[in-house]
Design a protein around this ligand. Structure first.
Ligand SMILES: Cc1cc2nc3c(=O)[nH]c(=O)nc-3n(C[C@H](O)[C@H](O)[C@H](O)COP(=O)(O)OP(=O)(O)OC[C@H]3O[C@@H](n4cnc5c(N)ncnc54)[C@H](O)[C@@H]3O)c2cc1C
Length: 475
């Protein structure tokens, strides 16, 4: 840990150190640690409130074309930007969506252009009006990095890893870089993702650790890109197949990304991870609940290796519950709350947190130096509230698997399982229910939408029909 006595005893001593900042001391400064999705959108928000924003990323970004990088290994796998997230990204970076389109990302109606399989079977194909843009994750990063670089008061420092925090009294006033240099700021934000070093740094400073809730359904991904043949008969741009608790732990997401490529992510729950060898990968695809995925890739040509991802547990570090925490320091994105990826909630949750950051900065920025504690408490509380719904969705489903570790299946979860089980058979015929589901999973509506009286009526009719059918087959 950095000894604060050696680094920030006084402003004079601080300026005597090799300080990266060239701003005059009175200019307000913010630092974001980590330059993936959460870090990029956070830097964009901070640029509206601070004179100078530093985005510190330990990797180098690709320079000539979108590419993978070490710090974001999950980019090899399916990445769905939910409708809500797409809207927020567009607000923060006007023209973002069109840039993705110009790079080959196509839009797809969620039901007309996609084959979605619920636990009950194939959902109806119809025009829902709910639209996704399908592209690879590296294209999203490429556009965001380009846009952030173009903001005059953001300085992007690549190959710049933060190794520690600099504390003075109860305030974090700067960061120590791997090469020994220091950078000071009025507000510092951890966007280091699942590998966040904040818990370690805070512990070394003597703060109590945040209680971390971990719910792990032992979900594993294996992904590969295929070239779609010309004149392929597929009348869909994507196929999404959910594992079926507790009978079939296999699922898949097949996405027509840019360049006429299919990105196939095979998904295995409860430790039934998809293999990464050629034969095992194909055998896993063949054993899916429906042959459409296997048939589609059988017509296509593999153009990448097979990449695996494990370590997908839901992890919520409850910073919003901590009483003792340094001022001038916040945590955002996966570093705060990381979701099991199946529902594609990570990028959108990070965007919602960035929106809350904007709100609290508007409230406290004019008197930041005296309101750092209020800002921190407000931000953690509001961001935490935003996690509640996606957390319940992700963990609620994960808790159906007996092998899931962490969490408890209390009354509320059991009741929601029963309700969802009752609704599921309707999902293969009710367009209204499917549309409601998609609005909820795309974070455009509250789960309470499922209590729509029209849905409850459909459920009632279904039960009556089922009872009559059972009675007739018995007699
Ligand atoms: C397999 C998988 C699939 C997913 N699918 C989806 C999906 O479909 N939809 C969706 O919305 N989300 C999805 N997610 C979640 C999504 O990837 C993340 O929520 C999103 O990337 C935001 O994360 P982040 O920016 O907080 O952290 P990360 O993306 O993990 O980035 C952390 C960044 O911090 C940098 N860094 C780390 N330590 C330091 C340091 N000391 N100094 C400087 N820089 C540092 C890293 O290099 C990296 O760039 C998925 C996740 C996984 C694992």
């Amino acid at each position: 840990m950095v000894n604060p006595d050696k680094t920030m005893n006084s402003a004079t001593e601080m300026s005597a150190t090799e300080n990266l900042s060239t701003e005059k001391k009175t200019a307000s400064k913010a630092i974001v640690i980590g330059g993936s999705i959460a870090g990029l959108i956070t830097a964009r928000v901070l640029a509206d409130h601070f004179d100078q924003v530093y985005l510190l990323e330990k990797d180098s970004y690709p320079t000539t074309a979108p590419d993978y990088r070490k710090g974001v290994p999950q980019a090899r796998h399916q990445h769905i930007l939910l409708v809500k997230g797409r809207e927020i990204f567009e607000t923060l970076f006007p023209g973002f969506d069109q840039e993705l389109a110009s790079m080959g990302g196509k839009t797809a109606d969620h039901t007309r252009d996609m084959m979605l399989f619920s636990t009950a079977g194939l959902l109806p194909r119809f025009e829902s009006g709910i639209e996704l843009r399908i592209n690879s994750r590296i294209n999203i990063d490429w556009v965001l990095v380009k846009r952030v670089r173009s903001i005059p008061n953001i300085t992007v420092l690549e190959q710049t890893a933060v190794s520690d925090l600099i504390k003075q009294n109860n305030t974090i006033g700067g960061v120590m870089l791997d090469d020994g240099r220091q950078l000071d700021a009025d507000l510092i934000i951890d966007a280091m993702g699942r590998g966040s070093r904040t818990p370690k740094w805070l512990k070394e400073m003597g703060y109590a650790a945040a209680n971390e809730e971990v719910i792990d359904a032992k979900l594993g991904y294996a992904s590969r890109i295929f070239k779609k043949p010309e004149n392929d008969p597929a009348d869909y741009q994507a196929v999404a197949m959910t594992p079926i608790p507790t009978h079939n732990p296999r699922g898949a997401g097949l996405w027509e990304i840019e360049n006429d490529h299919w990105l196939l992510t095979l998904i295995g729950t409860a430790g039934n991870h998809p293999p990464t060898d050629e034969a095992g990968y194909l055998a896993f695809a063949k054993a899916l609940a429906d042959p459409v995925v296997f048939n589609t890739i059988s017509r296509a040509k593999p153009v990448s290796d097979i990449y695996a991802f494990r370590g997908t547990a839901n992890r919520w570090k409850h910073y919003e519950r901590l009483n003792s925490f340094p001022d001038g320091y916040l945590v955002i994105g996966d570093a705060f709350c990381a979701f099991s990826p199946f529902y594609g909630q990570g990028m959108t949750s990070a965007a919602l947190s960035a929106t809350e950051l904007d709100n609290v900065l508007r409230k406290y920025k004019s008197s930041l130096s005296t309101n750092k504690e209020k800002l921190r408490r407000d931000f953690f509380r509001k961001a935490g509230k935003r996690f509640a719904s996606p957390w319940t969705l992700a963990t609620g489903e994960d808790l159906r698997w007996p092998d899931t570790s962490g969490g408890t299946t209390g009354f509320a979860i059991k009741a929601s399982h029963k309700f969802m089980d009752a609704l599921m058979p309707l999902s293969t015929s009710s367009k209204l229910l499917v549309t409601h589901f998609l609005k909820i999973t795309n974070m455009k509506a509250s789960p309470l939408l499922l209590f729509d009286p029209r849905i409850l009526f459909q459920l009632f009719v279904y039960w009556i029909k089922r009872a009559v059918f059972r009675h007739e087959t018995k007699s």
